[in-house]
Design a protein around this ligand. Structure first.
Ligand SMILES: C[S@@+](CC[C@H](N)C(=O)[O-])C[C@H]1O[C@@H](n2cnc3c(N)ncnc32)[C@H](O)[C@@H]1O
Length: 379
């Protein structure tokens, strides 16, 4: 079981005795709507985004699975009192989000449905990396202390701890949603990655920054923090995605749901001041270089939307990605579509049904690119 020890300046992370994600009927309050509001017609045109009403005006695809309808459309502003403020979850259209914590503004829900989707996403990530947790050339004998920033479900940290039983692994997040029945060499802490990191310099042999699109307000500062707390000779690794849907054969039509998917994320990221366009802006390499990391290397990975790709291993990446997205389609879009860009729940729901139909259409050959970048702190 996790020892749940804390870094000196981190708030305590309570954990469930049951071992599953800790979500004890949290108190909720509406999420702040500081950055919300529909895009102007000009902004919409410039971003190539269709009006939200477009999706409710289209005939809806047949529904074949639970679409989460029950989780949309109810706006619960009840605030109950709980002993710890970290469980004062905010609520947006029936989904919960982390408690107020500095300037953190995570767009991923922290409820059970989304944690389940994040668990599938962890497997999808492993498939993309050929079954590996990382690509950095770590020396197993030397790795003693590891940091997993914005750990989410915590599965990466847990798997890493299993593979490196002699290393101590710390996973951080703004939501206390990680399991408690974990290997003894893992612990989870609450920490906002956008603030100055709380560990002393030269602490970690490896720092993992996976899937942080849309949550980092200053990537250069993030990499400076990583450089400071990495040990000399230690590695940082970042997995990030691009913000464009691509096709090599014109099967993703302009204005189709998949074409719009990334456009809306990209625009939402601009509004939030937390980019999704990691590859287009070359965020990872530039940030590592500026911070002082050396021996920087990268690998680009094609990730199809769905299982259409003729090569089996590439198709497998797409199948797992689709499963992770479909596990909580509404959860992936809820905050940005509704809270940031001002769509109604009905509009967002209609949109997700079109996305789902397109992801399952083998004649639509959509993909996006992911990039893993790693670098070493000089000794
Ligand atoms: C897509 S999940 C990625 C989880 C994990 N890194 C993985 O690869 O499976 C993003 C996580 O970032 C967390 N998060 C968002 N903003 C954060 C912040 N400012 N500081 C720390 N964690 C944050 C969210 O709570 C969520 O659990």
């Amino acid at each position: 079981m996790s020892s749940s020890a804390q870094s000196p300046r981190s708030p305590k992370s309570p954990q469930s005795p049951t071992g599953k994600a800790t979500s004890p009927a949290p108190a909720t309050s509406p999420a702040p709507a500081t950055s919300s509001g529909p895009l102007s017609a000009e902004a919409q045109d410039a971003a190539g985004i269709l009006p939200a009403t477009h999706w409710t005006e289209q005939p809806l695809p047949e529904e074949d699975v639970d679409d989460g309808a029950s989780s949309l459309g109810s706006f619960n502003s009840t605030t109950a009192s709980l002993s710890s403020s970290i469980f004062q979850y905010r609520e947006v259209h029936g989904r919960t989000y982390h408690a107020e914590m500095g300037s953190a503004e995570a767009w991923q829900p922290n409820d059970e449905r989304h944690v389940d989707a994040m668990e599938i996403m962890h497997h999808a990530m492993m498939v993309q990396l050929g079954g590996k947790l990382f690509l950095s050339p770590l020396d197993k004998k030397k790795v003693q202390k590891v940091l997993d920033v914005a750990t989410g479900s915590g599965l990466w940290a847990i798997d890493f701890a299993d593979e490196f039983p002699n290393a101590e692994v710390i996973g951080t997040d703004v939501s206390p949603i990680q399991p408690s029945w974990v290997p003894p060499n893992v612990k989870f802490e609450l920490e906002d990655c956008n603030q100055e990191w709380t560990w002393p310099e030269d602490t970690f042999d490896f720092i993992n920054l996976r899937l942080l699109s849309g949550i980092v307000s200053d990537w250069d500062a993030l990499f400076r923090n990583a450089f400071r707390v990495a040990k000399p000779g230690g590695y940082v690794e970042s997995y990030g995605t691009g913000a464009h849907i691509m096709t090599d054969d014109g099967t993703v039509k302009e204005g189709s749901a998949l074409d719009q998917w990334m456009r809306v994320f990209k625009e939402g990221g601009k509004r939030l001041g937390r980019t999704f366009a990691l590859i287009e802006e070359d965020i990872q390499r530039k940030g590592m270089e500026a911070a002082g990391f050396t021996d920087i290397q990268f690998k680009d990975i094609q990730v199809p939307f769905g299982g259409w790709h003729p090569e089996k291993d590439v198709a497998e990446r797409g199948i797992w990605w689709k499963m992770a997205i479909e596990a909580d389609l509404e959860g992936w879009v809820n905050y940005i579509w509704n809270n940031v860009l001002g769509w109604t729940p009905d509009e967002a729901k209609a949109f997700t049904r079109h996305v789902k139909r397109d992801m399952n259409n083998p004649n639509i050959h959509a993909y996006f690119m992911a990039r893993v970048v790693w670098g070493r702190k000089p000794e």
